[in-house]
Design a protein. Structure first.
Length: 642
């Protein structure tokens, strides 16, 4: 048994995947995929001349017979049709409640001398019978079955209950047309029913014969028009049909009154072209077995042969489905096509994975030293291994542990290495989670960047979210550490044009970023100590976010500074998690900073003092104490230290 599994394991995988995908394709939302092709084949069935529709149309409503009709009007219409000796009359109007004129209509129905199908309704599985009954009066359920896309493709033959059954409206008309004295169902009472025995409707694009009810009531219809015919009476104007909830969507997507749906169903039965649908589980098993055989071809043959086999099987599926359609059998051909394609893909993928198994072992080992994004890019584009770089707009992040030197003096070397590895591993996971590329570790510092080698249109946002998540991850890490050994860190972020690529020699090189904007990010990381802030980002990074904040981040401008090595001043910001408290913090701080820049130091001190336990505010308070008497102050603070 084990040898069989080893030999045919791809085939077994194909069977399992086929069943799984078939289950996905059988959900109601995707039902229209299965019917798309067979819907296109519909419409060629001819219309039988025996079917006549008496339409309650606009001419009838405007010709002295407004809706709702009194019972006497319906009685008059039935009597005049019955005089012409039709085979059967179907009335697609519900008579459930008692009204004036019931006696007149009942007499007209009983005296018609022909079988009459009266509408019956099923609601909440309960049967609501017509008020009228008699030897020649047969109930017919007008409810139809709608698919998930709203189209009517099938009609129930009958509805059964504990006391008997009731045929559907169209099926009852067909039965009585074939034999006026036939009764397929024993009379059911007004109780719970369940539908049974669906048949598929074969639609016709040809028009049915429609005669205005006004013409019949006004005696302008030629004698013999209804002789030996199946006559259906119903609303053909959308105004009435909509009010009666009697509009449906046919196979062509047209919204039509229900009487036309019943006419299509009767025509289907008279032409003996009704459809049956193959159960989906039978189709799934058949395709799964076929896929098992095809998988052996896909596995052992060249790609061109495998593709040719797939194309041939797809064509065969189309041809078989068309042949079955001509015999009145509908299979979900589109689902079969999708399953066959899935089988090919699964076989190809499994075969590829088998061939690449050894390469994966090498790649997995290599990924321990190189960022997975870079590794994937190198695999896709080997040209990346050449020396050189590209200039592009990117975001770079520097992070560093505060007081790491002092902490290391208190710890054993082994313990220090373990702590550092835990820290770097946790922070690296956050960087990679947000799509960043880790450039290098510099002792306890991390350098990472975004938008290379994989393009990232939201690189500024992802870098800032990384920084916020790193601070949260550090809090979690600190809770698991011994008392007194908690870590703190500073993070600097900048966005701008940088050069990214391989730098080094042909024997040894590294994938990194270079440029003045990279140096600025490093300087900003150093400023976090000066401002007692965990994160500082440049104005360029804030501008690079655009409208991507999405209520995630609040920025407060900390200062305008000139860092060491830079001639032009830059605005620096601190990102905070979006909250009401942080919005108020940012608003108060910005007002204080504006007063500070305008030399209104008293107001600035008052506002900064309102922000208790806020690191940047305490820094600004101390600064103002030293510069409040300076005459030459332009609002830019110069930092000569890194």
């Amino acid at each position: 048994m084990t040898k069989v599994l080893q030999k045919y394991y791809i085939g077994f995988i194909v069977i399992i995947s086929t069943i799984f995908v078939a289950i996905l394709l059988s959900v109601p939302f995707l039902h229209k995929v299965n019917t798309f092709f067979t819907d296109l084949l519909q419409g060629e069935t001819p219309v039988r001349g025996e079917i006549v529709i008496i339409g309650i149309d606009d001419a009838t409503l405007q010709g002295g017979h407004p809706w709702p009709w009194p019972r006497e009007t319906t009685a008059s219409l039935v009597s005049r049709i019955a005089q012409d000796d039709p085979r059967v009359i179907g009335i697609d109007i519900l008579f459930i409640d008692s009204r004036s004129g019931d006696e007149t209509l009942s007499a007209a129905l009983l005296n018609a001398g022909v079988p009459i199908v009266v509408s019956t309704k099923v609601q909440d599985d309960a049967l609501y019978l017509s008020k009228f009954s008699g030897n020649n009066i047969v109930p017919g359920v007008v409810n139809v079955s709608t698919d998930v896309d709203g189209k009517v493709r099938t009609i129930y033959s009958k509805f059964t209950s504990a006391s008997g059954c009731v045929e559907s409206f169209s099926k009852a008309l067909y039965t009585l047309y074939r034999n006026p004295s036939a009764r397929e169902c024993a009379a059911a009472q007004a109780d719970a029913v369940t539908p049974s025995r669906e048949f598929g409707v074969s639609y016709s694009r040809a028009p049915f014969q429609v005669i205005s009810a006004a013409d019949v009531l006004n005696n302008v219809v030629e004698p013999g028009t209804f002789k030996n015919k199946v006559v259906l009476i119903g609303a053909t104007t959308s105004d009435i049909a909509s009010n009666l909830s009697d509009t449906f969507i046919d196979i062509f997507g047209n919204k039509i009154p229900g009487v036309f749906i019943h006419a299509q169903a009767v025509n289907t039965l008279l032409q003996n072209v009704s459809f049956s649908y193959v159960p989906y589980w039978i189709v799934t098993l058949a395709v799964a077995v076929a896929g098992f055989v095809l998988s052996l071809i896909y596995k052992n043959q060249r790609t061109i042969v495998a593709v040719a086999t797939l194309i041939s099987s797809l064509i065969a599926a189309f041809i078989i489905s068309i042949v079955l359609y001509e015999f009145g059998v509908i299979v979900p051909v589109i689902s079969i096509i999708l399953l066959l394609i899935t089988q090919y893909i699964v076989t190809t993928v499994v075969r590829y994975l088998e061939v690449q198994r050894k390469n994966r072992v090498i790649s997995d080992s290599f990924a321990k030293y190189v960022n997975p994004h870079i590794l994937n890019k190198i695999i896709e584009e080997p040209a990346l291994l050449k020396l050189g770089g590209d200039r592009r707009n990117m975001t770079v992040l520097f992070s560093d542990i505060r007081g790491f030197t002092q902490l290391s003096e208190k710890m054993e070397p082994e313990e220090l290495v373990e702590l550092l590895n835990t820290y770097l591993d946790g922070m690296s996971e956050v960087v990679l989670m947000h799509g960043g590329t880790i450039d290098k570790y510099i002792g306890d510092a991390i350098m990472a960047f975004w938008n290379a080698p994989v393009n990232d249109s939201k690189h500024a946002l992802h870098a800032v979210l990384t920084a916020l998540d790193m601070t949260e991850a550090l809090k979690v890490m600190n809770r698991s550490m011994k008392k007194g050994r908690g870590l703190s860190m500073g993070i600097g972020i900048n966005t701008g044009d940088m050069v990214v690529g391989n730098v080094g020699s042909k024997r040894r090189f590294t994938y990194t970023v270079l440029g003045d904007e990279v140096n600025l990010a490093s300087r900003l990381e150093g400023l976090t100590k000066k401002y007692k802030s965990a994160i500082i980002v440049s104005e360029q990074t804030v501008k690079g976010l655009g409208t991507d904040l999405d209520g995630k981040i609040v920025f407060r401008q900390l200062d305008i500074v000139q860092v060491k090595g830079k001639e032009n001043p830059v605005a620096i910001f601190e990102p905070l998690r979006y909250s009401h408290e942080n919005l108020e913090l940012s608003s108060t701080y910005v007002k204080a900073l504006l007063a500070y820049q305008q030399k209104d130091f008293e107001t600035a001190l008052e506002l900064f003092a309102q922000l208790e336990d806020d690191g940047p505010s305490s820094v600004m308070i101390e600064r103002i104490k030293h510069i409040r008497n300076m005459k030459e102050f332009n609002g830019v603070w110069v930092w000569d230290e890194k």
